[in-house]
Write a protein that binds this ligand. Structure first.
Ligand code: ADP
Ligand code: MG
Length: 568
C-alpha cells in the first residue's frame, strides 16, 4: 500500500514502553483512565475551537465517549467525537515523547522495578499504558474540520515501531481498539469496565456510554430468533458526567477529589491536599487547588508548563494558565472556572485584565493558607519537595512576605542536625532573655556551616543559630530584613552585636584582651598587609585561634562562591 508507512518509535518511547509493561503489573486498570482522560481533553479542545469557529462541530455538538468490548475477539474499544488527529499529529503524538523533563526522567531510572514504577507514576503514563493490557493497539482517527479521506489508521504492537495509513473516516474523532493480551481477557467484560469507569472517571464531565447489559439467560431462551435479528443496541451513560468542581463540597468524596487531581495534573500520585471554593459577589469564580506530593521533573525549567486549567462558565479555555499563581507557587495545580472573564479570553488578555490580578491575590492567599494547614508530617514532606521554591517568595511577593517566612523551616544549632525542621516562630519562642536578633549562618553545605568557628560564642552562650546551606539561602536573606519585628543577623558578617546577651563581664574581658594584644595586632596587620582589610581582636572565638570575617557590606562567603563559579 503506497500510503502505508512504518516508523520507529523515538528511543525514549521504547524505553518508557519497556518500563511501563514491567512496572504497572499491579495497577493495570489505569490504562482506561488514561484513555478516557485523553478523550476528555480532546472534547475540551474541540469545544474551545468551536467558540470561534462554529462549523468545526460539523453539526454534531453532542460530545461523548463510547466504551465497547467484544469477549469473543478479546477487544476493548473506546471511541470519542473530540478533536481527532491528522497524520502529522498521530506521528508526533503517538510516536514521540514531547514532554519537557523526559531526558531527566530517564536519567533518574535505576533499573529497580519498584523504584522505577514510582518514577513512571510521577512522569505520567498516558496513551502508552494501553500496551500494559494489549499486545496490539489500533487507532482510527480523523481531525475535526478535515475531509473524511484524511482519516488515519495507526497500529502498533508496542515493540519498537508503528505503522500509519490513510483511511476514509467519515465520523470525526478517535477510536482506539485494544487487542487484549490473552492473560488480560478480564477487561473484555461489561461489569469490570463499568467498575473501572466509576472508580476513576466519574468526575469527567463528558458522558461515557456503554451498551445496556443483557437481561440474561431468560431473554436468551425466549427468543433464539429474536437474537438473530440485529436490534440496534441501546446505550446508557455510566459515569456521573458533571464537572466535579461545579458540585458542592459535601457531595464529593475524597476519592473523587483524588481522581480528579490525577486527571488534571497527569500525575499518578495522590495529592497532598486540596481546597475547593466558590466565590460570589463582585467577582464570581470557583477554584479547586491541589498541592502535589512530589515535585515534577521540570520544576526548575523555565519553559515548563505550569498554572491552572482555566474554564469560563464551564467551557474549557486553556491548560496552564500561569497568570493566577505567583512563580514561587508554580507547583500548585488546579482548576479555575470564572464567570467574569470573556469566553474569547487569550493569554494576552489575561495579562492585562484587572479581574485576573484580584483572583491571583486571592488564590495566592488560599494556597499559602492551605500549605500552612498541613499536618506536621505532611508539612515536612512538602518542605523537602518544595521548600526551595517557596524561598523565592519573599523576593517576588512583598505583600505576603511575613506569611511566607512563617512557612520556612531551617536546620539549627538547637536540633544539631541538618534536617530542616525549625520554624521562625520556634526560634523566637526559644530566644534568650535580652536577645533581639534572629541569628543565622549560611554556608555551602551543612557541615561547613555547623563547624564554623563563628558559632563558638553562640554555643558558649546557649544562643540558637539557624544553619542555612541551601544554594538559594544567601540570596533569599538579601530580601529579608525582619520577621515579627526581629531583625536577621548573619553571624559571619561585620562586627557582632550580641546586644544584651553580652554581660558586663564579657565586655571587660574583651577590653582587656584588646589591650594586651595591641602589639600582636599591629604585627599581624603588617604581615598580612594586602591580604586582609583589617586585623581585629574578636570575642567571637572561644576555641579556634583565628577566623576570617567578611565585612558587613561585603558579599557573603556562599554568594562569593556562586559568583566565582559563574566566572565573575
Ligand atoms: P498527555 O495526555 O499527557 O498529553 P498522552 O500520552 O496521554 O499524553 O497522549 C499524547 C497525546 O496524544 C495527547 O496530548 C494528544 O495530543 C494525543 N491524543 C491521545 N489521545 C487522543 C484522543 N482520543 N483524541 C485526540 N488526541 C489524542
Ligand atoms: Mg493523557
Amino acid at each position: 500500500d503506497a500510503n502505508k508507512e512504518t516508523l520507529g518509535f523515538q528511543a525514549e518511547v521504547k524505553q518508557l514502553l519497556q518500563l511501563m509493561i514491567h512496572s504497572l503489573y499491579s495497577n493495570k486498570e489505569i490504562f482506561l483512565r488514561e484513555l478516557i482522560s485523553n478523550s476528555s481533553d480532546a472534547a475540551d479542545k474541540l469545544r474551545f475551537l468551536s467558540l470561534s469557529d462554529a462549523d468545526i462541530m460539523e453539526g454534531d455538538g453532542d460530545l461523548k465517549i463510547r466504551l465497547e468490548f467484544d469477549k469473543e475477539n478479546n477487544t476493548v474499544t473506546l471511541s470519542d467525537n473530540g478533536i481527532g488527529m491528522n497524520r502529522d499529529d498521530v506521528i508526533s503524538h503517538l510516536g514521540t515523547l514531547a514532554k519537557s523533563g523526559t531526558s531527566d526522567f530517564l536519567k533518574n531510572l535505576t533499573g529497580d522495578q519498584k523504584k522505577d514504577s514510582q518514577l513512571i507514576g510521577q512522569f505520567g503514563v498516558g496513551f502508552y499504558s494501553a500496551f500494559v493490557v494489549a499486545d496490539e493497539v489500533e487507532v482510527f482517527t480523523r481531525k475535526a474540520g478535515e475531509p473524511a479521506e484524511n482519516g488515519v489508521h495507526w497500529v502498533s504492537r508496542g515493540e519498537g515501531e508503528f505503522s500509519v495509513e490513510a483511511i476514509e473516516k467519515p465520523e470525526r474523532g478517535t477510536r482506539i481498539v485494544l487487542h487484549l493480551r490473552e492473560a488480560e481477557s478480564e477487561f473484555a467484560d461489561g461489569w469490570r469496565l463499568r467498575n473501572i469507569v466509576s472508580k476513576y472517571s466519574d468526575h469527567i464531565s463528558l458522558p461515557i456510554e456503554m451498551e445496556k447489559p443483557d437481561m440474561g439467560s431468560e431473554a436468551e431462551e425466549e427468543g433464539e430468533n429474536k437474537a438473530a435479528e440485529d436490534k440496534t443496541p441501546e446505550f446508557e451513560v455510566v459515569n456521573k458526567a458533571t464537572a466535579l468542581w461545579t458540585r458542592s463540597r459535601g457531595e464529593i468524596s475524597e476519592d473523587e477529589y483524588k481522581e480528579f487531581y490525577k486527571h488534571i495534573s497527569h500525575d499518578f500520585e495522590e495529592p497532598l491536599s486540596w481546597s475547593h471554593n466558590r466565590v460570589e459577589g463582585k467577582q464570581e469564580y470557583t477554584s479547586l487547588l491541589y498541592l502535589p506530593k512530589k515535585a515534577p521533573f521540570d520544576l526548575y525549567q523555565r519553559e515548563a508548563n505550569r498554572g491552572l486549567k482555566l474554564y469560563v462558565q464551564r467551557v474549557f479555555i486553556m491548560d496552564d494558565a500561569d497568570q493566577f499563581m505567583p512563580l514561587y507557587l508554580r507547583f500548585m495545580k488546579g482548576v479555575l472556572d470564572s464567570a467574569d472573564l470573556p469566553l474569547n479570553v487569550s493569554r494576552e488578555i489575561l495579562q492585562s485584565n484587572r479581574n485576573v490580578e484580584n483572583i491571583k491575590t486571592a488564590l495566592t492567599k488560599r494556597a499559602l493558607d492551605m500549605i500552612g494547614k498541613l499536618e506536621p508530617e505532611d508539612y515536612l514532606e512538602f518542605w523537602k519537595q518544595f521548600g526551595q521554591v517557596l524561598k523565592e517568595g519573599p523576593a517576588e511577593d512583598h505583600a505576603n512576605k511575613e506569611k511566607i517566612c512563617g512557612l520556612f523551616r531551617f536546620a539549627s544549632t538547637h536540633s544539631g542536625s541538618s534536617a530542616q525542621t525549625v520554624s521562625l516562630d520556634d526560634y523566637i519562642g526559644r530566644m534568650k532573655e535580652g536577645q533581639e536578633k534572629i541569628y543565622y549562618i549560611a554556608a555551602e553545605n551543612y557541615n561547613a556551616a555547623a563547624n564554623s568557628p563563628h558559632l563558638e560564642i553562640f554555643r558558649k552562650k546557649g544562643v540558637e543559630v539557624l544553619v542555612m546551606y541551601d544554594r538559594i539561602d544567601e540570596w533569599m536573606m538579601g530580601h529579608l530584613f525582619d520577621f515579627k519585628g526581629k531583625s536577621f543577623a548573619n553571624i559571619a558578617k561585620g562586627d557582632l552585636d550580641l546586644g544584651a546577651i553580652e554581660t558586663e563581664e564579657d565586655k571587660k574581658q574583651q577590653e582587656e584582651v584588646e589591650k594586651t594584644s595591641e602589639d600582636l595586632v599591629k604585627r599581624l596587620q603588617e604581615a598580612l598587609d594586602s591580604k586582609v582589610s583589617e586585623v581585629k581582636v574578636s570575642h567571637r572565638l572561644t576555641d579556634s585561634p583565628a577566623c576570617l570575617v567578611v565585612g558587613a557590606y561585603d558579599m557573603g562567603a556562599q554568594m562569593r562562591q556562586i559568583m566565582e563559579a559563574a566566572g565573575q
